[in-house]
Design a binder for this molecule. Structure first.
Ligand code: GAP
Length: 450
């Protein structure tokens, strides 16, 4: 961890990791074998949360725009792609070892790479050597140099090499975007911090192709729009900030880059990158593939290589952000209440449905109502234990609404709708319930948000 990373957020990573395992968000991969460093499995709630964060991004980046389309490119690509992209040559991290305790670090993550080992304290660190982060494997049965392929380290290149395909098969005109969600792989040296930095992760990237003279305008546009996206998701603005890359931080392809940083329990870290990649990628693919990837503007007859403004966020890193940001503890009636304040649009379960008691037909009625809600929302049915405990269990996994069926329901077909954040309750007619839940979701404001 670099010296600038000051621990600031209230919740500890240990608390988040324990909650994730206990409630079925995230488990160590291959748990029964003792786990695998840096690999994690998403349990029922974690998979749901990840899928819903993905869907929210997809909606925001494709459905809400008539000029952004989604694709799904293969993980394995022609090896020349990664020569053209510069990854074979440049996608490296500086690696140092401790000769004494054999620990391994990224030189830029150690306060003094020429000093003492952060783990054992001995002055036994080796000089830094460059280490390529791409995973290599072989396509086909023969393992020679000619069969080398890489697991993609970013989804972006799949969008660049499909630029012409998308253009020719759609009626899009510059400016337009290609969005993609998918797995990416990096042989990371530092793989601590739970799911923050892993070797296998998921990205959500959008490549926006623009006229070269419009690059600054669109860069600013996407910077602002992506920041607003997190505010709209109810993320605490105090935990978000921009960081502009200095000359020594810029990736080999970028002219300008901003991170949207999030205040994780281990300090401010990148959540999303917005990059002005210029015409670097398309020009390199033109050169390496020998294909024309220029764009002809029919109205002006101008032919040019578009610039690319990229927005790139980790989906799995977003899951960690949602968990950390949502986590709150408070005292209610002398008892500790743990709440995950997920936005209802991304909460793994939207509505918990409970009969007050199992008898007198209440359980059957609750099942009927749950079946109705299931058509529109992710639901969870629970009939065991005191109602207060059932509410608390849903609070702890971030369920924004609970519906309780009681004796009044049997008489007048109304239910109790209980809100996670305020714990307030209101009486709602069964027929109005779906509309009321949609309305509450549309109007959701996190407590304390402006
Ligand atoms: N196409 C540009 C690109 O890949 P990046 O900044 O290297 O840019 C984009 O990655 C995002 O992917 C990061 O902001 C981060 O959220 C996520 N990411 C990168 N490496 C990761 C890793 N090892 N584990 C989890 N997420 C990662």
């Amino acid at each position: 961890m670099a010296a600038t990373d000051v621990p600031v957020t209230a919740v500890s990573m240990d608390t988040i990791v324990a909650l994730c395992k206990r409630r079925g968000f995230i488990y160590p991969s291959s748990d029964v074998y003792g786990g695998l460093a840096s690999a994690w499995d998403y349990g029922p709630l974690g998979a749901a949360l990840k899928n819903r964060l993905r869907d929210a991004w997809w909606r925001e980046m494709t459905q809400l725009h008539d000029n952004i389309v989604g694709i799904d490119a293969a993980i394995l690509m022609h090896p020349r792609v990664w020569e053209a992209s510069g990854h074979v040559e440049n996608f490296t991290d500086p690696l140092i070892d401790c000769r004494s305790c054999k620990a391994r670090f990224r030189a830029d993550h150690v306060d003094d790479p020429n000093g003492k080992c952060p783990q054992c304290g001995k002055p036994e660190l080796t000089p830094a050597r460059q280490f390529n982060l791409m995973f290599r494997t072989h396509l086909g049965p023969v393992q020679d140099a000619g069969s080398v392929v890489y697991l993609r380290p970013e989804t972006a290149q799949g969008s660049y090499v499909n630029f012409k395909n998308v253009l020719q098969s759609s009626r899009l005109k510059v400016p337009f975007g290609i969005a993609q969600v998918g797995k990416a792989f990096r042989n990371e040296i530092t793989t601590k911090s739970f799911i923050f930095r892993t070797c296998e992760f998921e990205q959500m990237e959008m490549q926006y192709f623009v006229h070269p003279s419009d690059d600054t305008k669109w860069f600013e546009h996407w910077k602002e729009r992506r920041f607003q996206y997190y505010l709209d998701l109810g993320i605490d603005p105090e935990n978000l900030r921009f960081h502009q890359h200095g000359p020594d931080e810029l990736a080999h392809y970028a002219r300008d880059a901003y991170d949207i940083r999030y205040r994780f329990p281990f300090g401010w870290q990148e959540l999303e990158g917005i990059h002005n990649r210029t015409d670097f990628d398309l020009k390199r693919h033109m050169e390496f593939a020998g294909k024309d990837l220029t764009y002809l503007d029919e109205s002006t007859r101008e032919r040019y290589v578009p610039f690319i403004i990229e927005t790139a966020v980790g989906l799995t890193r977003s899951v960690l952000m949602a968990l950390v940001d949502g986590y709150e503890e408070e005292q209610v009636g002398g008892e500790r209440r743990v709440v995950l304040r997920f936005h209802p649009r991304v909460a793994p379960i939207t509505v918990g449905v409970f009969p007050l008691v199992k008898k007198d037909g209440l359980a059957e009625r609750a099942r009927e109502i749950e079946a109705e809600l299931r058509e529109s929302f992710a639901t969870f049915y629970d009939q065991g234990g005191a109602i207060g405990r059932r509410y608390r269990r849903q609070d702890e996994i971030g369920t924004p609404y609970c519906v309780t069926i009681d004796y009044d329901t049997m008489a007048d077909d109304t239910v109790t709708l209980r809100f996670r954040d305020s714990m307030e309750q209101e009486r709602v007619g069964r027929r109005e319930l779906v509309a009321r839940l949609h309305e509450a979701t549309r109007g959701y404001r996190r407590p304390g948000a402006g």
